[in-house]
Design a protein around this ligand. Structure first.
Ligand SMILES: [Zn+2]
Length: 281
């Protein structure tokens, strides 16, 4: 009897290996989240028709924007050229939205002079967020860059005098001015730039596969463009440069130029225990 059961299990394992392509996803299919995928067999991965990188073991990364549409399409092309598609239902996240009225108008709309500085900042950050290479620094997981209370969550939005402002694109961590800021994971410095309009002194680290982390409002920058840092290396000091009302670290995350909640980087190792399988026969 025992032997039969054992044989049956073996059969089903063999059956699955040869007749179905399985994809494992780890994380939460929610707006603002990063999800790690892994292919069972060698193949190519497409998200909404766009090819995305896989490593030698078939691992890949997906991130969903703050306002991501409900239906995303994941397609796998196997070595025989056969395509299998999976509809990914992205659950909405209840973002924190505050209505503020009675704000002086010039604090709501930037002046023309400010716009030139804002455009420069957008182009510098935009270039950094388009970095794409095969480094796999991201696989080691991520640490909180400074200890401290979360004073502003990703996705929060203020509506000032009925004008919706840009949603918050990172996580704010309150800490004393001068506190050392650590690299959340090993990576290459793709931006180390002083005095930007919103971000102040800012560092962007690239962790490979199009994944970057951002460290803004620094009092001082301690790294240089092009340098490679290890996880935990000191890259700057907490400050309040740029648009900041008090000392804090703005910690941001981007995947292939899409901003997502950096909390899901800090949760990555936990999320790797929360995996589920998509499968077709
Ligand atoms: Zn912030």
């Amino acid at each position: 009897m025992k032997l039969n059961k054992y044989l049956c299990l073996t059969c089903s394992a063999i059956f699955l290996t040869f007749s179905a392509e399985a994809v494992e996803l780890c994380g939460n299919l929610n707006q603002g989240e990063l999800v790690i995928g892994k292919l069972d067999n060698v193949g190519e991965v497409y998200l909404n028709g766009k090819k995305i990188d896989t490593d030698k073991d078939g691992a890949f990364l997906m991130a969903f924007a703050r306002d991501e549409k409900e239906n995303q399409l994941l397609s796998i092309v196997n070595q025989q050229g056969e395509t299998q598609s999976f509809a990914l239902p992205i659950a909405p996240t209840d973002w924190n939205i505050q209505n503020i009225t009675g704000v002086p108008p010039r604090k709501v709309n930037p002046s023309d002079g400010d716009l030139a500085a804002i455009n420069k900042e957008n182009s510098l950050l935009g270039r950094a967020f388009k970095t794409l290479n095969q480094d796999t620094f991201w696989q080691q997981g991520f640490i909180k860059p400074v200890e401290g209370r979360i004073s502003g969550e990703f996705g929060g939005q203020r509506i000032m005098n009925k004008v919706p402002k840009s949603p918050h694109r990172g996580m704010d961590i309150a800490a004393k001015e001068g506190t050392q800021v650590k690299a959340s994971a090993a990576g290459k410095v793709v931006l180390a730039y002083p005095n930007l309009f919103y971000s102040g002194n800012v560092v962007v680290l690239d962790h490979g596969f199009g994944l970057q982390t951002v460290y803004a409002h620094l009092k001082e920058i301690k790294v240089k463009l092009g340098e490679t840092v290890e996880q935990g290396d000191i890259i700057g000091l907490v400050g309040k440069t740029g648009r900041a009302t008090g000392p804090h670290l703005h910690f941001g995350a981007s995947l292939r130029n899409l901003r997502f909640n950096p909390q899901s980087l800090l949760d990555m190792n936990n999320n790797l225990q929360k995996c589920f399988t998509l499968q077709t026969k």
